[in-house]
Write a protein that binds this ligand. Structure first.
Ligand SMILES: C[S@@+](CC[C@H](N)C(=O)[O-])C[C@H]1O[C@@H](n2cnc3c(N)ncnc32)[C@H](O)[C@@H]1O
Length: 338
């Protein structure tokens, strides 16, 4: 998955895909100005709680479209930086006037508001499978006798896999396949070194561990997107299709806590944007009908509003995150272990 997405020449993201464009591999909330408006309210409120000026650090900026919307709606004093691993996408972001970095190495710790839309789901995962007698193997990619790519079971490549399964009390029955993302830890560790004080806001799709690893997902959650279609073959059109897996929020929060960060709150995208006042985006102008459609799409329970979640982290001492003050039980249930 790491090679398919990030290979220096042939990786899907390296080749600067048209994310969010209807001709591209998939749609994201980031293509809607209303989303930028709502997120800008959250960043503004977060900055006030920290004490501006702040650095705004966008994670995985895609084509740079969201960065353009966000900077146009932000009126607080700030320095806007995009962390983007793909050189191709950095090029697109810079063409739109955004400042980018490929790593966090050169950034100093300072007051920062971090925002990442659909970045955690792009972190490469390990694939594991339950065997008889409660044993679990890892699935590796190999070539079969015909020279075709195939999955091959083997022993765990790292003890961290066993630790995660143990920590989350994951039991996989025979043939039950699951994904484990170990990249969350180093990713958060690097962020924790430069965010001081600050908030880290993630919008993504996922669930708590007991749901992600339940029998309902016995084939795992790894999936691919090619020209707006969901594909279940990871070996199809490698480098041209996106690959993604549901985010394990239990792991996200426990890795963050181990690094000294705290959960600042969580809810659905729809509830969050509504609490932040996204309705003010609509106004009374002649485009108010199309603006209302955008807002409904981003907040509706039958659309993106419940498909995506917000999970917010903070450094100790800050109040709970913006937009998270009224969390209905229905929304917060994903984030608490049963
Ligand atoms: C699914 S796209 C989302 C893009 C954009 N945020 C949006 O919502 O349209 C994932 C983005 O994260 C970037 N990315 C993946 N892994 C990353 C990492 N470890 N650090 C920074 N960016 C990363 C990809 O290159 C891409 O820009």
């Amino acid at each position: 998955m790491a090679a398919a997405l990030f290979h220096e020449t042939y990786g899907f993201y390296t080749q600067a895909p048209s994310i969010g464009n209807s001709a591209g591999p998939f749609d994201t909330s980031a293509k809607f100005p209303a989303f930028g408006f709502g997120v800008a309210q959250a960043i503004t409120q977060a900055a006030k709680m920290i004490g501006d000026p702040v650095r705004v650090l966008e994670l995985g900026g895609g084509t740079g479209q969201l960065g353009v919307y966000l900077t146009s709606f932000l009126t607080i004093p700030h320095d806007y930086v995009v962390l983007e691993t793909s050189s191709g996408l950095r090029g697109k972001q810079e063409e739109k006037g955004l400042k980018t970095v490929g790593t966090l190495q050169g950034l100093q710790p300072m007051a920062t508001v971090v925002f990442g839309n659909e970045v955690l789901d792009a972190l490469p995962v390990h694939r594991v499978m339950g065997l008889a007698n409660e044993e679990v193997c890892e699935l590796f990619v190999e070539l079969d006798e015909n020279g075709e790519l195939c999955e091959q079971p083997g022993e765990f490549s790292t003890p961290e896999l066993q630790q995660r399964l143990h920590q989350e009390q994951i039991h996989l029955g025979r043939g039950h396949i699951a994904e484990v993302c170990l990249e969350i830890k180093p990713f958060l560790r690097e962020l924790a070194q430069v965010v001081n004080p600050g908030y880290i806001m993630f919008v993504d799709y996922g669930d708590k561990a007991s749901n992600i690893y339940s029998y309902r997902h016995r084939n795992g959650t790894l999936r691919c997107y090619y020209q707006q279609k969901q594909i279940h073959d990871p070996f199809y059109a490698i480098g041209q299709q996106d690959m993604t897996a549901d985010v394990d929020y239990t792991a996200l929060v426990s890795e963050a806590t181990a690094l000294g960060l705290e959960l600042a709150g969580s809810t659905s995208q729809g509830t969050w944007l509504t609490n932040l006042g996204i309705q003010n985006y609509v106004g009374t102008g002649k485009d108010s009908v199309s603006r209302q459609k955008e807002v409904d799409l981003l907040t509706g329970v039958a659309s993106l509003g419940s498909a995506f979640d917000v999970v917010m982290l903070k450094t100790p001492g800050l109040p709970d995150g913006p937009g998270l003050h009224r969390i209905p039980e229905r929304d917060s249930s994903k984030f608490h272990q049963a």
